[in-house]
Every structure is written in structure tokens, then in C-alpha cells.
Design a binder for this molecule. Structure first.
Ligand SMILES: Nc1ncnc2c1ncn2[C@@H]1O[C@H](COP(=O)(O)OP(=O)(O)O)[C@@H](O)[C@H]1O
Ligand SMILES: [Mg+2]
Length: 260
């Protein structure tokens, strides 16, 4: 199964934006993509116009798994998505306990969602190094570490490297989001990232674009709300790189992602 995880140690860096748009870009290319949110922030559904009052998702995933996986396909983007969900604190605690007590919870949920029928599963994981996130990146055959060109993100690199070696993550790439090339400090930090990460830093940094928040507020992806957004150009490149590493879903290990 092809599984790509959008990861970061620091929160708020754009994992969900990238997960949603990567999923839409690849779906537009005719791939069957399922995107799962493993993060109680519950932002994924907003991009796809999901009613914020509806709280279903992975938290409560039981017999209605298939229906859930197909929920998104009723949406204009045709992306299959499953948000985190959770109606109450009890649901959230239930999920946390399930995850910390059972190492096979993710595999079980993927099975319930019939994830093997998709060309690609994108996991939008919670920031940090918690048990759910570790399980997700351990399962993934491509981990995209999302960074911003600031010192807060730069300072997470040693911890990321530790995690990478502890979990033996082989296929890792880094992407810089919200990049503003006119900002001297960002340019400087970007250079440091390049020298530290080498070819694993993807060439297409994703620009800062204020229309992202306007799109999110109107519960539309940028493909619908602002198709000229520079974010989408980088997303298309990222999507091509992800697509080039995919294997037919009856084979095991995908090839490494093609570099720029
Ligand atoms: N490239 C970007 N340009 C402008 N705003 C962005 C960009 N990427 C993300 N954002 C905004 O930043 C906020 C956090 O993004 P989100 O995807 O929810 O982060 P995370 O999932 O990492 O917590 C959202 O309001 C989102 O619209
Ligand atoms: Mg998020």
C-alpha cells in the first residue's frame, strides 16, 4: 500500500493544507486517493466543505467505515477523505487509549476503510512525536516533513533526525511551506536548510499566500477558490514527485521519490 505521511514536529506549519491539496491534485490526475486526518485539530474537513457540526471521523470509525471513506466523494473535489472526528472529550480519550494500547490500530482502520483499493493513502498526522504520529510515520513509505523557513522549525531538525533513525525511516523528504523569498531572514534560513538537508529538501518551496486563509474560511480548496494561487504551482510539483514514487497497489516497496 502506498502511504505518504505529512509530518512536522512543530504545529501549524501547513500539513493539512498540503495534505488536502496534494490529495486533490493527485485525484485530478485520475488517481484514487484517500486522505486521513490523524489529528484532533479536525481541520481537514473544512477544506472540503464539511459541515463543522458533523463530527464523525476516524475517532468513531466502526461499521460505517466505507460510508465514511466515500463521504468526501460526494464533494465537488471527488477526494475521499476521513477527518479525525470526535463528538466529545470521551471520543477523543477513547481514541488516545486505543492508539496507545494497540500497535495494530492503524492497520485495522486502514483495513476497515478498504484502503488497499486506493492508489495512495495520505496521512495528515498530528505534530510532535506522540504514539499516533509515530505509528503513522512508521507505517508510511514516504514521510514529508513540513517546515517553515524560520528558526523555530530549523531548531526541530535534530529531534527529527533522532526520530528518523529510531524509527528507521528510509524515505524522507522535507518541504518548506509559507516561503517568502523577499524576506532576508527566510532566505538565510532556507540556505541553512539546503546545506543541512541536501537533496532531501524538495526544490519547490511553497509560497506564502494570503488567499489560503480566505479559501479555508469559505470552505473551499484553492483549486476552486483561487486557482491562480502560487501555492498550487508548488503543489503540482510536489504531487508529481509523490506520483513518480508510487507503485501499483499490489506491489510492496515503492521507489524513492524522484529528486528535483
Ligand atoms: N502557504 C501558505 N500560505 C498562507 N497560509 C498558509 C499556507 N499554508 C498554510 N497556511 C495557513 O496556516 C494555517 C495552518 O495551516 P494548517 O494546514 O492547518 O497547519 P497544520 O496542519 O500543520 O497545523 C491555516 O490557516 C492555513 O490556511
Ligand atoms: Mg492540521
Amino acid at each position: 500500500m502506498n502511504i505518504t505521511a505529512l509530518f512536522s514536529i512543530k504545529g501549524g506549519v501547513g500539513r493539512t493544507l498540503l495534505a488536502a491539496h496534494l490529495a486533490e491534485s493527485l485525484t485530478r490526475r485520475g488517481l484514487r486517493v484517500l486522505v486521513l486526518e490523524l489529528d484532533p485539530q479536525n481541520t481537514l474537513g473544512h477544506w472540503f466543505g464539511m459541515d463543522p457540526e458533523i463530527r464523525f471521523g476516524l475517532c468513531r470509525l466502526q461499521s460505517n467505515a466505507r460510508e465514511l471513506a466515500q463521504y468526501g466523494q460526494r464533494h465537488a473535489t471527488n477526494v475521499a477523505f476521513v477527518p479525525y472526528g470526535g463528538e466529545s472529550m470521551r471520543d477523543l480519550l477513547y481514541m488516545e487509549n486505543t492508539v496507545s494500547g494497540r500497535s495494530d490500530w492503524l492497520a485495522n482502520r486502514l483495513k476497515a476503510l478498504e484502503a488497499e483499493n486506493y492508489d495512495l493513502v495520505i496521512l495528515d498526522v498530528a505534530a510532535g512525536t506522540g504514539p499516533m504520529t509515530r505509528a503513522a510515520i512508521h507505517h508510511a513509505n514516504l514521510v514529508i516533513n513540513v517546515l517553515q523557513a524560520n528558526s523555530a522549525c530549523y531548531s526541530t531538525l535534530p529531534l527529527f533526525m533522532q526520530l528518523q533513525s529510531e524509527l528507521s525511516l528510509h524515505n524522507v523528504v522535507h518541504v518548506v511551506n509559507r516561503y517568502n523569498g523577499r524576506n532576508e531572514l527566510q532566505r538565510e534560513i532556507y540556505k541553512h536548510l539546503e546545506s543541512q538537508l541536501g537533496h532531501t529538501l524538495l526544490g519547490a518551496a511553497v509560497s506564502e499566500d494570503t488567499t489560503a486563509d480566505a479559501a479555508l474560511a469559505s470552505q473551499q480548496t484553492l483549486f476552486q477558490h483561487h486557482p491562480q494561487s502560487p501555492i498550487l504551482r508548488s503543489i503540482e510539483l510536489l504531487a508529481s514527485q509523490v506520483a513518480s514514487g508510487l507503485v501499483p497497489n499490489n506491489q510492496a516497496d515503492p521507489q524513492p521519490v524522484a529528486q528535483h
